[in-house]
Ligand binder design. Structure first.
Ligand code: FE
Ligand code: FE
Ligand code: ZN
Length: 292
């Protein structure tokens, strides 16, 4: 069973709105932010909408247990020079986790953080301390560290950095990884030899830690450290390389989430999911999106 979905908006009708969107895109799981990724304004969770969402998921074979939340970008657990910001990030992440638990969501993706003026090793220590403060033993949620492109002073840009963070976490069953195919390319991984990457991941971290994969093409070359997503098949990775990852036998239980750019303000996801299900590149994808 292919687990495929996209980023959807939580703004309208909360989880119920997400489910309606992913049904219209033909996906069977999804990712969302509990509010705008750039700010911290959050509305209270509506239990009635949530129950309706759960019912709709059952009727439409949407995998509730594979849904992923993405924490907002403003959280930075890596730098503690401004102690107020650091403690705010810790509190806010805890808050987002509580909201996820109220929604019944099992996974939350975070960007490990940016070191800014600090040494990487100090920054990684800050991330570890923050996560150990955030995670409690009876949490049902797993925090997924996203593999980053290497923009600026980002942490988590290779398996060694991710491993260093995971090693310091007290409750290791509560920490996992979210691969992002665009970020991997931009950080220097040759995505046409993905099996090599996967075997090094297996040795350093362990494949069981991969709980989500962001499927994006990249607008930039390998090792560009840029992080600009392209539509599936319209970037450096190309359709065939992405398809191999999407249908990889060792990753079949892992949800694949599209975070590709809108085209003329239109979501590309229905067309990209179609193309992925057909396993055939659609050279007219962009015009199909525009004309939809
Ligand atoms: Fe992300
Ligand atoms: Fe991503
Ligand atoms: Zn990205």
């Amino acid at each position: 069973m292919l687990l495929i979905g996209s980023h959807v908006s939580f703004e309208k009708e909360q989880l119920l709105g997400c489910v309606k969107q992913i049904i219209s895109y033909g996906g069977n799981t999804f990712m969302f932010y509990t509010g705008a990724p750039q700010n911290t304004i959050r509305r209270t969770i509506d239990d009635n909408l949530n129950q309706e969402a759960i019912n709709l998921m059952k009727e439409n074979n949407i995998y509730y247990d594979k849904i992923v939340c993405h924490a907002p970008y403003i959280i930075n657990l890596a730098n503690n020079l401004d102690i107020n910001k650091y403690e705010f990030s810790i509190r806010f992440l805890r808050n987002e986790i509580d909201r996820c638990e109220a929604l019944g969501i099992k996974y939350i993706v975070i960007h490990p953080g940016s070191a800014l003026s600090l040494d990487k090793s100090v920054a990684i220590n800050n991330i570890i301390n923050a996560l150990n403060k955030v995670i409690s033993q009876d949490d049902e949620i797993m925090i997924l560290l996203e593999t980053m492109a290497g923009k600026g002073t980002e942490c988590g840009i290779n398996n060694e950095e991710l491993k260093a963070i995971i090693s310091g976490i007290n409750f290791k069953d509560k920490i996992g990884v979210c691969l992002d195919t665009c970020h991997l390319n931009d950080s220097g991984v040759n995505m046409s030899e993905f099996d090599n990457y996967l075997s090094s991941f297996e040795q350093v971290i362990g494949l069981e830690k991969i709980k989500c994969i962001h499927i994006n093409d990249s607008k930039n070359n390998i090792f560009s450290k840029k992080d600009r997503h392209a539509n599936i098949g319209f970037g450096t990775l190309g359709f065939d390389n992405l398809l191999k990852i999407i249908y990889h036998e060792k990753l079949k239980d892992v949800p694949k989430i599209l975070e590709t750019p809108f085209v003329n303000d239109k979501p590309p996801y229905r067309h990209e999911i179609d193309m992925i299900k057909n396993k055939e590149f659609n050279p007219n994808l962009i015009s199909d999106i525009i004309n939809s």
